[in-house]
Design a protein around this ligand. Structure first.
Ligand code: CDP
Length: 229
């Protein structure tokens, strides 16, 4: 039997981390966990409850909300993919909205939110044979992951990729707005006190500015082969 490993993928927003992580999981028959979707789901819940006003999060009821909330992933046969659920309802579309994107880094900077979600991530990731993507997977969630990848790409290329993705979903937004959101999130993610985005010392850097998805796959397969032989 081939050895199963944990693959941790971190990096800046809109680098194509989740597309890459999903493709790896599919190829290897591993479980893919989107940790960003979990931060997005908490953000959606806080927005729905009216607890984020003018860029300030009301944390007075946070403890209860974090206790009551249930976040999961269920398989959607129509999409042939896993979709995010919040309290039993599919919220895959809502969590990708610009409204959630504009507030998620704020929520992800709250230490208590991170503590609770890291706990959940370690729970789902107990078994080997997983690919998880996020900002702190190689540094905090799975510091012992056998393969750590830190993804980056030119910010303009990232903005264009994200714009295309949003336009395909019928969301009307300008390149400027997308660029602003990416820059803002990069800044908050790297400068927060609670587990800021940084490359783990033992992570491999993957700059995919000029790479195709196929080229990325060849690159990672080579590494997986070496590590599982
Ligand atoms: O897909 P995209 O790169 O836009 O972002 P995401 O992976 O869905 O994550 C959304 C936001 O959640 C990030 O900008 C971070 O602020 C936060 N996040 C985090 O702090 N830690 C993680 N492990 C994953 C996401």
């Amino acid at each position: 039997m081939e050895k199963k490993i944990v693959i941790a993928i971190d990096g800046f927003s809109s680098c194509g981390k989740s597309t890459f992580a999903k493709a790896i999981a599919k190829r290897l028959g591993y479980l893919y966990i989107d940790s960003g979707a979990m931060y997005r789901a908490v953000t959606l819940e806080l927005l729905r409850r009216g607890l984020i006003v003018n860029g300030i999060v009301d944390t007075s009821r946070l403890e209860n909300i974090l206790k009551e909330i249930s976040i999961g992933f269920s398989f959607d046969p129509a999409k042939s993919a896993y979709v995010t659920t919040l309290n039993g309802t599919v919220v895959e579309e809502e969590i990708r909205s610009p409204e959630v994107a504009n507030h998620v880094s704020l929520v992800a900077a709250i230490p208590r939110v991170r503590e609770r979600l890291v706990e959940l991530q370690r729970e789902v990731g107990k078994r080997k044979g997983i690919v998880m993507d996020g900002r702190d997977i190689g540094t905090v969630v799975f510091p012992d992951a056998e393969l750590k990848i830190f993804m980056t790409a030119d910010p303009m290329v990232r903005a264009q990729r994200r714009l295309k993705e949003l336009q395909e979903k019928g969301i009307s937004i300008s390149l400027d707005e997308v660029m602003k959101n990416i820059e803002e999130r990069d800044y908050i993610d790297q400068n927060r006190d609670a587990s800021p985005l940084r490359k783990a010392d033992d992570a491999l850097v993957l700059d995919n500015t000029h790479m195709t998805v196929d080229e990325q796959m060849q690159w990672v397969e080579e590494w997986v082969r070496k590590l599982t032989m």
